[in-house]
Design a protein around this ligand. Structure first.
Ligand code: FAD
Length: 415
C-alpha cells in the first residue's frame, strides 16, 4: 500500500483518487478551492456533457492533439466504464444528439455528487483550501524520485506517489491557474506552448457585428488558409460583438490554434459559411427562382423572408450588391447566380481568437513524450504522474475533453 497525493479536485483528480483508493492505496486529495469540481460544475452550460457514447475510433477522431498517446488510457477506461461508474454511484445518464452523454437530471452537480460519494466510499482523505506550491523530490541511486509536496502554508506532506491533475489555464476563476505547468518545469519537464482552444473567433468584417445575437442552426463551415482546408464541420453557430462563436466555431478554433503558427505569414485565414448546405447550387437556384416567381412584383428586400431569419436579410442584401428596392422580376440571371454563390460561400476573415478567459480548454501542456502512456508516470521523476488537461492533449466539443480527464486520471490512479 502506497501513500498517494492527488493535486487538484477536478474531473481527472477525483477520478485518479477514486482509482488509486480502489486499488487499496491511502489517498490524499488536495484542492485549493473551497469545494471540488468547480470547473465540472460549469461544464455543458451547467448540464455537464460527461462523455461521448460513440465508438472508440470516433473518440480518437475527435482528439486534436496527441491522440496516439491516449491509446492505453482510452482502452483502459473507456466511455462505457465512465458511464457505469457514474450510474452505479447514483447518477443516471442519458445520450443526446451527437452521442453526447448528460446526467438525466441535467445538473452537473449530480455528477460531482456521485464522484464525491465514491471518494467517501473509498475513504479518500479530501483537503479543501489546500494549495500545493511545490513538488518535492529526493535522489535515490542518483535518480530523482518524488517524495512529497509543500503547501501554501509551508506545510510539507510526504508521500510515495503524486498525481498532478491541476488542469489547464482557461477559466482561471475555477482554480485552473496553470500551476501544474510550473510543477512540471520545476521538476525538469518540457511544457509545450499553451494556446486558448475551443474559443470564439474574432472576425474582421464589420457586418458580423450587426448580426450580434443571431444563432444559425444547420450551417456548414470551412476554415481555409491559402489552398489548405484546416477544418470542415456542420452544426450551430452564433454571431457576437467581436465575431463568431457557438459549438461549431469552438470546434473549428482548435484547428486554427493548431495550424496558425505553421501558415505562410502572408496567408489570411478564411471562414466560408454555407447557409444552405442541404441544397446544391443548382437546387438553391431553382428554389430562388420559385421564391422569386411567387414574389415577382415585390421588391428584392421583401422577397427573402422564406430564406433567412429577419436579422440576416439586410446584411445579405448589402453583400449581394442587388439594390434592395429592385423588383424581383428585374433581377438578372447573373445577379441570381452571384446571390447563390454568396449563400453557399459567405466569406469571413479570421483575425484571431479570444483569450484564455473565454477558452473552454488549453491547447498545449506537459510534453507527453516525457510521460509513459501506459501509466501516466513521468519518465523523468519516479513516482510523479500527470493526468487531465495539464497534459498536451485536447479534443473538440462533445464530451471528449472530459473523457481525456476521466481516462488519464483513472490510468494514473490504477498505476
Ligand atoms: P480541472 O477540471 O480544471 O481541475 C483542476 C483542479 O485543480 C481545479 O479544481 C483547481 O482548483 C485545482 N488546482 C489547480 N492548481 C492547484 C494547486 N496548486 N493546488 C491544489 N489544487 C489545484 N468538457 C467536456 O468534455 N464536456 C463539457 O460539457 C465541457 N464543458 C465545458 C464548459 C466550460 C465553460 C469549460 C471552461 C470547460 C468545459 N469542458 C467540457 C472542458 C473540461 O471541463 C476540462 O477539460 C476538464 O475539466 C479538465 O479536467 P481536469 O481535472 O484536468 O482540470
Amino acid at each position: 500500500m502506497s501513500k498517494v497525493i492527488v493535486i487538484g479536485g477536478g474531473a481527472a483528480g477525483m477520478m485518479a483518487a477514486i482509482a488509486a483508493a480502489q486499488k487499496g492505496h491511502k489517498v490524499i486529495l488536495l484542492e485549493k478551492n473551497e469545494k471540488l469540481g468547480k470547473k465540472l460544475f460549469i461544464t455543458g452550460k451547467g448540464r455537464c456533457n460527461v462523455t461521448n457514447a460513440a465508438d472508440m475510433d470516433v473518440l480518437f477522431q475527435n482528439i486534436c492533439t496527441n491522440e496516439k498517446f491516449l491509446y492505453s488510457a482510452f482502452y483502459g477506461f473507456d466511455n462505457t466504464q465512465v458511464c457505469d461508474l457514474l450510474e452505479q454511484a447514483g447518477c443516471p445518464l442519458k445520450t443526446e444528439r451527437g452521442d453526447r452523454v448528460f446526467p438525466v437530471s441535467d445538473h452537473s452537480s449530480d455528477v460531482i455528487a456521485a464522484l464525491q460519494r465514491e471518494l467517501r466510499k473509498y475513504q479518500v482523505d479530501v483537503h479543501l483550501h489546500t494549495e500545493v506550491k511545490k513538488i518535492l523530490t529526493k535522489e535515490t541511486d542518483g535518480n530523482p524520485v518524488f517524495c512529497g509536496v509543500e503547501c501554501a502554508d509551508h506545510k510539507k506532506i510526504a508521500a510515495d506517489d503524486c498525481i498532478v491533475c491541476t488542469g489547464g489555464c482557461s477559466y482561471a476563476s475555477t482554480g485552473s491557474t496553470g500551476d501544474g505547468y510550473r510543477f512540471a518545469e520545476e521538476t525538469g519537464h518540457k511544457v509545450t506552448e499553451r494556446k486558448p482552444a475551443l474559443v470564439p473567433l474574432e472576425i474582421r468584417e464589420n457586418w458580423c457585428r450587426e448580426l450580434m445575437g443571431l444563432s444559425l442552426k444547420n450551417v456548414e463551415i470551412r476554415m481555409q488558409c491559402g489552398k489548405k482546408t484546416w477544418y470542415e464541420g456542420f452544426g450551430e453557430m452564433l454571431f457576437t460583438n467581436f465575431g463568431v462563436s457557438g459549438p461549431l466555431i469552438l470546434s473549428a478554433s482548435s484547428f486554427y490554434s493548431k495550424n496558425f503558427s505553421k501558415r505562410k505569414a502572408s496567408d489570411e485565414v478564411k471562414l466560408f459559411l454555407d447557409l444552405k448546405p442541404a441544397l446544391t447550387p443548382e437546387q438553391l437556384d431553382k428554389r430562388l427562382l420559385r421564391d422569386f416567381e411567387e414574389a415577382k412584383n415585390k421588391q428584392f428586400k421583401n422577397a427573402l423572408d422564406h430564406l433567412f431569419p429577419a436579422k440576416l436579410i439586410p446584411v445579405m442584401i448589402e453583400l449581394s450588391g442587388i439594390p434592395e428596392h429592385k423588383k424581383v422580376n428585374e433581377i438578372t440571371k447573373k445577379e441570381r447566380e452571384r446571390f447563390v454563390s454568396l449563400l453557399k460561400h459567405l466569406e469571413l476573415t479570421i483575425t484571431g481568437v479570444r483569450g484564455f478567459k473565454e477558452a473552454i480548454i488549453t491547447q498545449g501542456g506537459v510534453n507527453v513524450k516525457e510521460i509513459d502512456p501506459g501509466t501516466m508516470e513521468s519518465k523523468k521523476i519516479k513516482g510523479l504522474y500527470f493526468a487531465g488537461e495539464v497534459l498536451d492533449l485536447d479534443a473538440v466539443t462533445g464530451g471528449f475533453n472530459l473523457q481525456i480527464a476521466w481516462s488519464t486520471g483513472y490510468l494514473a490512479g490504477m498505476n
